[in-house]
Write a protein that binds this ligand. Structure first.
Ligand code: AMP
Ligand code: ZN
Length: 437
């Protein structure tokens, strides 16, 4: 295979040199962290008062893990390590209830991120001759702008299409001769269904490759998309706390995701004991960012479950590979690429006095896409035989939930006491999507 490298020197750097580069970058990141109020306190409590206190990569173990709650507690400026007027952008978590998590970027941070994204896109075989249709949500979500910048850095013609509206997407593919797509894997599958419905001929499209990310999917799903859409699909992994996409990506071998170790230190731990797992075993991914000056984050608990490959890759890159993410060590749901915690839904519905005590969250497949149904009991005062107040309540719950979690759910109302009550710990979530990861 003819592999192409965006930055061959770094991508194929011998392991010992890569590790000393990591150590140097970690020291810089520690220096940066000591300027952020949160880490100033946390690091000094753990005896780290300057970068000189970090002598080897193992010294990272002296730093406690950082959690999503820490980021929330630090809202809005607790993690900011540079002057406010050096910040040129922010991105924030998808949920809108409770305190958001926010990440700030300096000009250099944006440049670094675009560089990592370019490395991913070029490494997957794209070049400046490609036309790239970015069919993912723009805005506070990092997937849109992250891929956009990376595509421009490579020199592709980037179409900021955004998510949804398949008719418009097909039209753009035909008008501009799109060769590369980016979307959630469920949207890629949905696209194929819609293509048949709309009578769009595959031969009228020039698409060759697609990047699929933002949600877990199996090897079988990849193969299905590849067969149905006749494109090469590459897995893309990232999270907003670590910039967004561009953390780990598949090379042309399409067998595991290279994590860019000059930008991140990756550890895998047992989520219960928080001790490192044996090489090759599955556990929770912990990430330390080495490429950001505005918002340093050290030893972040991603909650994503994965394992390292133990063999080097045929492409010659020395950066280790991760197996595709198989799930989470918390209860976060990913619905069509949007992150939702059941607690966000509970917060909204339980704040309404018309809603009874029991509720159930059901997630299932509706064609290729995910469908969320929220079933709630209504309080005994509302009579189930008068449909007018019920319809109004259903709409109110739907609208409030949509505003809060950015997903339009189906809402079902049930008579008080009619939803099943489980013995022991309440089962509030039924995720009926096939689990073939
Ligand atoms: P966000 O911060 O909104 O970008 O969401 C990040 C989360 O999405 C990650 O922590 C993962 O749980 C999930 N995610 C992103 N990309 C992938 C992927 N390729 N495979 C599985 N899960 C993913
Ligand atoms: Zn490779």
């Amino acid at each position: 295979m003819n592999f192409q490298y965006w930055d061959p020197e770094i991508e194929k750097l011998p392991r010992n040199e890569l590790e000393s580069l990591q150590l140097n970058k970690l020291k810089t990141e520690i220096e940066i962290s000591l300027r952020a109020p949160f880490y100033k306190e946390r690091l000094s409590k753990n005896g780290i008062k300057s970068a000189d206190d970090i002598r080897t990569l193992e010294d990272l173990n002296r730093i406690p893990f950082t959690t999503k709650n820490d980021l929330r507690d630090g809202f809005p400026y607790g993690f900011l390590a540079i002057a406010r007027d050096e910040v040129i952008r922010l991105h924030s978590s998808s949920g809108t209830t409770g305190t958001p998590t926010v990440i700030y970027f300096s000009r250099q941070d944006i440049k670094n991120w675009a560089g990592f994204m370019a490395r991913c896109i070029y490494g997957a075989g794209c070049t400046k001759t490609d036309v790239f249709q970015n069919m993912i949500t723009y805005g506070l979500f990092t997937g849109g702008l992250g891929f956009h910048q990376g595509g421009e850095e490579v020199g592709m013609l980037v179409i900021p299409a955004g998510a949804g509206n398949t008719t418009r997407q097909f039209k753009m593919m035909q008008d501009y001769g799109t060769t590369v797509l980016h979307a959630t894997p469920s949207f890629l599958l949905h696209l194929e269904t819609k293509m048949k419905e709309a009578g769009v001929e595959r031969s009228s499209l020039s698409i060759k490759k697609a990047f699929g990310g933002a949600e877990p999917y199996s090897e079988d799903t990849r193969k299905r998309i590849e067969t149905l859409l006749k494109v090469d699909v590459y897995n893309s992994y990232g999270l907003s706390e670590m910039n967004g996409p561009g953390v780990a990506f598949e090379c042309q071998c399409k067998d595991g995701l290279h994590i860019w170790e000059d930008g991140y230190i990756a550890e895998i731990v047992n989520p219960d004991t928080l001790e490192p797992v044996k090489d090759g075993e599955t556990g929770e991914l912990i990430l330390t960012i080495l490429c950001r000056e505005a918002t340093p984050i050290l030893r972040y608990r991603t909650r994503d479950l994965t394992s390292f490959y133990t063999e080097p890759c045929a492409c010659g890159r020395t950066h280790r590979k991760l197996h595709r993410i198989t799930g989470r060590s918390d209860d976060m749901l990913i619905i069509n690429g949007v992150n939702v915690f059941p607690s966000q839904i509970e917060e909204v519905i339980m704040a309404m006095k018309e809603v009874g005590n029991n509720y159930l969250i059901v997630v299932e497949k509706d064609g290729a896409l995910d469908k969320l149904t929220v079933k709630t009991e209504v309080s005994a005062e509302i009579f189930m035989d008068d449909s007018r107040p019920l319809n109004a309540l259903r709409e109110k719950i739907k609208d409030t939930l949509q505003a809060s979690i950015s997903i339009n759910p189906k809402v079902e109302l049930h008579e008080s006491g009619s939803l099943p009550i489980s013995e022991g710990k309440a089962v509030r979530v039924k995720d009926n999507r096939p689990r073939d990861v």
